[in-house]
Design a protein around this ligand. Structure first.
Ligand code: P6P
Length: 332
């Protein structure tokens, strides 16, 4: 597996399995190159003066870190000239980014959270880039409406995690594959293919400081985990919360677990904190492709029909049997 680069993997997916076409292969390669550039920027940190806030807020009303803006710009500049995209959408931009008239357009819509978990940047904790690819409907202007497709319509999803190593985790609908950045050679090398998530787990991830805001179903589920051997589950559980979705999801992709960012009562207008189009949907596709499950507590995330580009959603994903259990508590 050592010598299978991302490019070779994509060529073989295209040639031998007809799973992807040349334009989608090109798109993934361009995004991977942008993630390499983001990894280099992050790696320089304070040495390049890229830490700290950019002095602006994004459309979510969140303080933008310098690296949020840098990462967003890297992805826009890398993708706008290639002729593979109809438009792009980002957590950092209120409206879709149109392809400049001087460049040709393609059939794909690229959505991304350029630097998820960026509140962790200044404390040197893993962060990541999350991306999702849809087809632009035939003959449709690539405005916001064109993006509002349920997650089942994704043709590709992935994330880069910038940690001790930089990894690219990718699915084009044919399983989940992990590539490690070989910094000396400057390319991603396939290091794990057809990743599967165990159906059971003894590890959960949730921000427990929100417990008083949770719905009864989540409260019941977490209380049972915390009751351990003496409780209804008859087993002890462990908890992890990195507060960087990419890092928490990568742990689940790597060894199983359940991640919950449920709806809570703090702001009824927000059915959760995480965004559907460029966080929940790509992660849900990856989790399902790896044999896991992803719901909002009541329905499959990938079936949700979006109404707004930046809409939020409750997220419960990971090991199938645990996600099924906590989802069943919502309906009982
Ligand atoms: P909290 C990062 O800001 C993020 O969007 C996700 O990456 C992460 O899972 C979540 O928010 C953390 O939220 O409320 O625990 O800080």
């Amino acid at each position: 597996m050592r010598n299978i680069t991302l490019s070779r993997f994509l060529i073989e997916e295209e040639r031998e399995k007809q799973v992807i076409c040349a334009d989608l292969r090109f798109l993934v390669e361009i995004v991977s190159r942008a993630c390499k550039a983001i990894s280099v920027s992050i790696g320089k940190g304070a040495l390049a003066g890229v830490l700290g806030s950019a002095g602006s807020d994004n459309v979510q009303g969140e303080v933008q870190k310098k690296l949020d803006v840098i990462s967003n710009d890297i992805l826009l500049e890398a993708n706008e000239w290639g002729g593979h995209l109809a438009a792009m959408a980002s957590e950092e931009m209120e409206h879709p980014h149109q392809i400049p008239h001087r460049y040709p357009k393609g059939e794909y819509l690229l959505l991304f959270d350029p630097l998820d978990g960026s509140s962790n940047i200044d404390i040197n904790v893993s962060v990541g880039t999350i991306f999702s690819v849809l087809r632009c409907p035939e003959g449709v202007e690539p405005n916001e409406q064109a993006f509002l497709q349920p997650g089942v319509k994704q043709v590709c999803a992935g994330y880069a995690v910038y940690g001790p190593t930089t990894l690219l985790v990718l699915t084009v609908g044919d399983g989940v594959h992990i590539f490690t950045l070989d910094r000396e050679m400057g390319h991603f090398v396939l290091t794990q293919s057809n990743v599967t998530i165990p159906a059971d787990t003894r590890e959960y991830a949730i921000n427990a400081s929100n417990a008083r805001h949770w719905e009864p179903a989540v409260k019941r589920y977490i209380d049972e985990l915390q009751a351990g051997k003496e409780g209804a589950r008859g087993a002890d559980f462990n908890m992890r919360w990195v507060a960087s979705m990419v890092a928490d999801v990568h742990r689940i992709i790597s060894r199983g677990g359940i991640f919950l960012y449920p709806r809570d009562k703090r702001d009824p207008s927000k059915p959760g904190k995480l965004r559907l189009m460029y966080e929940a949907n790509p992660m849900a596709m990856l989790i399902e492709q790896a044999g896991g499950m992803a719901t909002d507590g009541r329905q499959r995330i990938l079936d949700i029909q979006p109404t707004e580009l930046h809409q939020r959603v409750a997220v419960i994903l990971g090991s199938k049997n645990e996600v099924e259990r906590v989802t069943s508590y919502h309906s009982s």
